[in-house]
Design a protein around this ligand. Structure first.
Ligand SMILES: Cc1cc2nc3c(=O)[nH]c(=O)nc-3n(C[C@H](O)[C@H](O)[C@H](O)COP(=O)(O)OP(=O)(O)OC[C@H]3O[C@@H](n4cnc5c(N)ncnc54)[C@H](O)[C@@H]3O)c2cc1C
Ligand code: FES
Length: 288
């Protein structure tokens, strides 16, 4: 089964793919001390109406005169009010993005990349595993699946962060925890006062939850070290390489398969990814 999305990139080649759309920041949410979420709408009405994407696709967000960086669009495709990006402070562009306020202008180049191929996941049990900022690519697919809840079997989410303060989307978690048609488990690395959920590293909690691999797909996003140990734990539980899906954060520049910045062997993360099955990753040179 191939559970990754379409190629090539959905960049619109009828216009110059290097020229960003101009967008306005509609809202800024302080998620954690290191992560801010930005809700952005494109200024040009026609461009906004044309802008469609599938869960897992990304965009290059730019600050004019500073530079651009890649972020997953973490609102679901059904949201037609804004595009949502969650940005972790890492360096030049992300620091400047953190300084933005409502009404400020940004550039948006996208949608780019393959996204998740949802069709083969229909009818299956879905197990999401997210760590830290890795919850961003999961959020768009998770919300998309909730929009189409009857198309899927059991939906479970294991989401972990270092501490309660490092959990993004904390304002949404209570409603996800309450839903009878979802199973949501939260974990933090070390004990914290009044924390009512799990304590422990994600791969350990996963081994304890022991989801069944039967008719199931696991979708894992997070820091590379977390992905590595989580994938090992999933394999021990019996998940096969075609049923483990993850995203790669190879640095990108053009975003449309031209510059060669993001390639691993013959694959370009910007058009063949960022979503890959473990089976696909195993066929790539060991450069990760
Ligand atoms: C497909 C994809 C999706 C992404 N989605 C998100 C997202 O939703 N939210 C988010 O916060 N970030 C995301 N990122 C990472 C984000 O693009 C980088 O953090 C950003 O480019 C850093 O830009 P900067 O100018 O602030 O940092 P720079 O000044 O360029 O770099 C600061 C430091 O971070 C390192 N670095 C920068 N980018 C990367 C990278 N991609 N991988 C490893 N190290 C890196 C640099 O080597 C340097 O040490 C994504 C990246 C990719 C490729
Ligand atoms: S970023 Fe240029 S080829 Fe992928």
């Amino acid at each position: 089964m191939n559970v990754t999305g379409m190629r090539p990139s959905a960049a619109d080649f009828s216009v110059n793919p290097f020229v960003p759309y101009v967008g306005t920041v509609l809202d800024v949410i302080e998620e954690t001390p290191a992560i801010k979420t930005f809700r952005v709408c494109l200024d040009e009405r026609e461009a906004w109406e044309r802008f469609t994407f599938i869960p897992g696709q990304v965009a290059q967000l730019s600050i004019f005169g500073v530079g651009e960086a890649t972020f997953v669009i973490n609102s679901p495709p059904s949201c037609r009010d804004y595009l949502q990006f969650s940005v972790m402070r890492a360096g030049e562009v992300t620091n400047r993005l953190h300084g933005l306020s409502v009404g400020d202008k940004v550039g948006v180049r996208g949608p780019l990349g393959n996204g998740f191929n949802v069709e083969p996941m229909k009818g299956k049990n879905i197990f999401f595993v997210g760590g830290g900022i890795g919850m961003a690519p999961l959020r768009t697919l998770f919300l998309h699946m909730l929009d189409h809840r009857n198309d899927f079997g059991a939906i479970s989410l294991l989401y972990g962060a270092r501490s309660p303060q490092d959990l993004s989307y904390s304002y949404e978690l209570p409603q996800w925890l309450e839903r009878a048609d979802l199973s949501v488990t939260l974990t933090i690395d070390r004990e914290a006062p009044d924390w009512p959920h799990r304590v422990g590293l994600i791969p350990h909690v996963l081994a304890d939850l022991a989801p069944s691999p039967d008719n199931a797909v696991a979708i894992v996003c997070g820091p590379p070290i977390m992905i590595r140990f989580t994938v090992e734990a999933l394999q021990k539980l019996g998940f096969g390489p075609h049923d483990i899906v993850t995203t790669l954060e190879r640095r990108m520049k053009c975003g449309i398969g031209l510059c060669g910045r993001c390639n691993i062997g013959t694959k370009y993360v910007c058009v063949d990814g960022p979503v890959f099955t473990l089976a696909e990753l195993q066929s790539l040179p060991d450069e990760l």
